[in-house]
Ligand binder design. Structure first.
Ligand code: ZN
Length: 476
């Protein structure tokens, strides 16, 4: 706890007081009226030695072998053969299932693998009822098994006509690259000691026909009460070349994050409008966490966060998780070449079209795996995001019009949780700029002019791991 804050018991509530002078002493740069001078950079999460070691073992040659094997199935279209042993989505699904079973066998019982199969009814892109199968490897958490972090790539592929299930659809970039990331992460995580939170490595299917596999998976998780605190779709993460093929950008990975949460109710949107919370949905907090957990010096990749749900008029499997209110985001390569996506393999006027293996970059893909690996490791290791954070504008016993603001939240369940930090920033800043330790409390009174800044809370464990930030979702 900071020397400048104090905690005291008030009934059963653990309470701290954060004064303007305490904030000034912490060097918070945003509060000019507190007389502070020095800027205080936000302390980021520590990179564990185990994480650094794991990332050294990301193997681009193994990922290349995965992409080559997936391309060898000819097509992985959702309506292609379910039972041909060498060609089609069924053979590809069986191969992925076998790979993940082999990986789970190295996990000393921590990882289990399931085929999640359902019949998708007829829709505009599903001419007949069609079997769709996700393959899901789950590494159950030791301390907080109901807290989930999910990473996906989609197994299915397509060509120009989304209903053409017979032509070759190599799908090397879209999305064998994402599947290769998922399999590589599963392989590397499986042999590590169990994490506090549960990790899910999944290949989903039916994406090109309407996100059907991920929609079913997310719906099943929501129905079971799974507390998904982070989800990443890796979709088109294999190529570093620019649209014109001339300017490689091999060290940038885009992360698309929604602004107003997709599942927000009218009342929740009204509250965001009222308090200026438009840029503080849970998915934005997830992106801020990723930026800190996966820095360039650890991954060789710059994460370019984009405040947009996806590219214009496009989507991916993160949307399925957003539908249930889960924080979910999409990784994708820096600048797509649309001649290589959703195209028949053909040469037109000397230009090669098609999603061919020649256009993907396995070293780039390996760096994508490192970004995901760093994010998932840090999420599953750190305490969960604080729950039920409320901001009380007129705390009990105070008169209206006070500048005192009270934050309260539910205590986290983690046994190694040692306390909380209040994070702050200017309303116009993209990311949190300051953090103040307030100790192991569940209520803090802030003598800070709340109208001028944004507040959040994050949890800290005994090793210094910080959770993603919770932003107040209730004003009392
Ligand atoms: Zn895709």
């Amino acid at each position: 706890m900071s020397d400048n804050s104090s905690a005291r018991r008030a009934g059963s509530t653990r309470r701290a007081f954060l004064s303007t002078s305490a904030v000034a002493a912490a060097g918070i740069p945003l509060l000019a009226d507190a007389g502070s001078a020095a800027a205080s950079p936000l302390a980021g999460p520590r990179s564990d030695a185990g994480l650094r070691d794991m990332l050294k073992h990301v193997d681009p040659r193994r990922m290349e072998a995965t992409v080559r094997r997936l391309v060898s199935f000819g097509t992985r279209h959702t309506a292609s053969s379910q039972d041909d042993p060498v060609r089609g989505i069924g053979a590809a699904t069986n191969w992925v299932y076998g790979q993940l079973q082999d990986i789970a066998a190295t996990s000393r019982g921590a990882m289990t693998v399931q085929k999640q199969t359902f019949i998708q009814p007829v829709s505009s892109r599903i001419p007949v009822p069609t079997t769709i199968t996700n393959v899901i490897a789950t590494m159950t958490g030791a301390a907080s098994p109901q807290r989930y972090y999910v990473v996906t790539g989609h197994l299915d592929s397509r060509v120009t006509d989304v209903l053409d299930f017979t032509s070759d659809a190599p799908g090397a970039d879209d999305d064998a690259s994402g599947v290769a990331v998922v399999l590589e992460l599963a392989r590397l995580f499986a042999t590590r000691p169990r994490f506090p939170g549960t990790l899910v490595f999944a290949t989903v299917a039916g994406e090109e026909q309407g996100l059907y596999g991920s929609a079913f998976m997310a719906q099943q998780m929501a129905a079971s009460g799974a507390d998904v605190q982070g989800m990443f779709s890796n979709d088109i993460v294999g190529a570093s070349r620019a649209w014109d093929g001339t300017k490689p950008d091999p060290h940038t990975l885009r992360l698309f994050v929604e602004g107003i949460p997709t599942a927000a109710t009218a009342a929740q949107i009204s509250l965001m409008q009222s308090v200026g919370g438009e840029n503080d949905g849970a998915t934005h907090q997830l992106a801020r966490f990723v930026s800190q957990a996966a820095p360039f010096e650890l991954t060789g990749m710059n994460v370019r966060v984009i405040w947009r749900r996806d590219r214009y008029l496009r989507g991916s499997d993160h949307l399925s998780f957003q539908q249930h209110g889960y924080p979910a985001a999409r990784f994708t390569e820096p600048r797509e070449n649309f001649n290589h996506e959703h195209q028949n393999t053909q040469v037109v006027d000397g230009v090669q079209f098609g999603d061919l293996i020649d256009f993907v970059d396995f070293d780039y893909m390996a760096r994508v795996a490192k970004v995901n690996g760093a994010a998932l490791w840090s999420l599953a290791t750190a305490p969960g995001t604080p729950k039920n954070l409320k901001i009380h504008t007129t705390p009990p016993g105070t008169l209206s019009g006070t500048n005192i603001t009270t934050l309260s939240w539910d205590p986290g369940p983690e046994p190694d949780l040692v306390g909380y930090e209040v994070v702050l920033r200017e309303t116009t800043a993209a990311d949190w700029t300051s953090a103040v330790n307030v100790g192991n409390v569940t209520t803090v009174d802030l003598d800070i002019a709340k109208d001028n800044v944004q507040f959040g809370i994050r949890a800290v464990d005994s090793a210094g791991h910080r959770s993603p930030v919770a932003f107040p979702t209730t004003v009392a």
